[in-house]
Design a protein around this ligand. Structure first.
Ligand SMILES: NC(=O)c1ccc[n+]([C@@H]2O[C@H](COP(=O)([O-])OP(=O)(O)OC[C@H]3O[C@@H](n4cnc5c(N)ncnc54)[C@H](O)[C@@H]3O)[C@@H](O)[C@H]2O)c1
Ligand SMILES: [Zn+2]
Ligand SMILES: [Zn+2]
Length: 361
């Protein structure tokens, strides 16, 4: 029987979000209905609301979630009702050329639930990143559910579903940060701070946090930054070089998504170092660099999609590290809020007041 539940809808471009009743169908083949317990508010949800992703309104927002599987459709064997899961937005297909080459984190054909959730009048909803979890229940592809240790709090677990995984993965998967490396992270929001925590976990010797907001730099220190640079006051490239014996960092992670910060990352890196772009640019942005510098400085210029994570490998591992006290995921949760407080949470995010607001259901 399709169920009616409460959920946060973005009705139209720049209109305030509101709580509405939606209809969640029974799971079809390969699908699962998940009882959402917590869902973080991410910058991407705000992009959807502003019409910055596409104009397929109304959107069902929310995509950093954890909850319990309520029911599964035909053919689902990886998860079962009662499992505590983190939702992911890149359910790998297992069939595409990336998957077949043994590199499923690049999967070029990730999938979502086939059926649509609707408003009570039948209007089809577009779930943010194929999830839509500011809702009491949501319908996803079963491959979007990854079972983890149920003793972790849902508010903490859900964060691995997007920004925190993207940041940690940018450091440990894409950037390959290892013991003794010097790292600089430009932009210390949720994603940048996670890159700092990830670099710390990987044994980086020096972690330089760069931001234009002193409050963000203070938090970055708590996440493991050894040095901080306010790039409004100090030239960050100079500062990074000074802090690394005049050379630049082995790995620079750009977690803003702008040409000027990308250039800082490019020049703040040591010869043969690595730049990781995890910040997401907008379509009109352009980058201009002397090609000779691209050649002469060598190394690797990489982008990080979702931290190049493999949920089945990375989610349970990071939850275990958290439960052992080796990775403080709780530090990312600034506040917990109700379903009807998402609009205010967007305001606070816009003003840089929070790392993560998490809706708890
Ligand atoms: N690649 C992925 O898979 C992935 C996943 C999630 C989010 N993201 C992207 O990562 C980026 C960061 O997300 P977030 O949630 O941390 O956002 P956020 O708004 O919380 O953080 C952005 C930070 O950048 C700082 N900043 C802004 N302009 C700056 C500048 N010129 N120089 C230095 N710092 C500056 C801000 O003060 C803030 O601390 C976004 O572009 C987001 O879309 C990427
Ligand atoms: Zn694939
Ligand atoms: Zn997100």
């Amino acid at each position: 029987m399709p169920q009616e539940v409460r959920a946060v809808i973005a009705p139209g471009k720049n209109e305030p979000v509101r709580v509405e009743t939606i209809v969640v169908p029974d799971p079809g083949p390969g699908e699962a209905v998940v009882q959402v317990q917590a869902c973080g508010v991410c910058h991407t949800d705000l992009h959807y609301k502003q019409g910055g992703i596409n104009d397929e309104f109304p959107f069902l927002l929310g995509h950093e979630a954890a909850g319990v599987v309520e029911s599964v459709g035909e053919g689902v064997t990886d998860v079962a009702p009662g499992d505590f899961v983190i939702l992911n937005w890149r359910a790998v297909c297992g069939q595409c050329r990336a998957c077949l080459r043994g590199r499923p984190w690049y999967c070029f054909d990730t999938h979502n639930a086939k059926q649509r959730m609707t408003l009570t009048d039948g209007t089809e909803l577009s779930p943010a990143l194929g999830i839509g979890a500011f809702a009491e229940k949501t319908l996803v592809a079963a491959g979007q559910c990854t079972k983890v240790d149920a003793s972790v709090s849902a508010a903490v677990a859900g964060l691995l579903g997007c920004g925190v995984m993207a940041g940690i993965g940018a450091a440990i998967n894409t950037g390959n940060v290892g013991r003794g490396d010097t790292v600089a992270v430009i932009g210390c929001g949720g994603v940048g701070d996670a890159a700092i925590a990830g670099s710390n976990l990987a044994g980086a010797a020096k972690i330089i946090a760069v931001d234009i907001d002193d409050r963000k730099l203070e938090t970055a220190r708590k996440m493991g930054a050894t040095h901080t640079v306010n790039s409004k006051e100090t030239d960050p490239v100079e500062a990074i070089r000074e802090l690394t014996g005049g050379f630049g960092a082995d790995v620079v992670i750009e977690a803003v998504g702008r040409p000027e910060t990308y250039k800082q990352a490019f020049y703040g890196r040591d010869l043969a170092g690595t730049v990781v772009l995890v910040g997401v640019p907008t379509p009109e942005m352009k980058l201009e660099l002397p090609l000779l510098d691209v050649f002469g400085r060598g190394g690797a210029l990489k982008s990080s999609w979702y931290g190049d994570c493999l949920p089945s490998r990375d989610f349970p591992m990071l939850i275990d590290l958290h439960l052992q006290g080796r990775l403080d995921l709780g530090a990312f949760v600034t506040e917990t809020i109700r379903l009807d407080e998402v609009e205010q949470a967007f305001e606070r995010m816009h003003h840089g007041d929070v790392l993560r607001s998490v809706v708890v259901l």
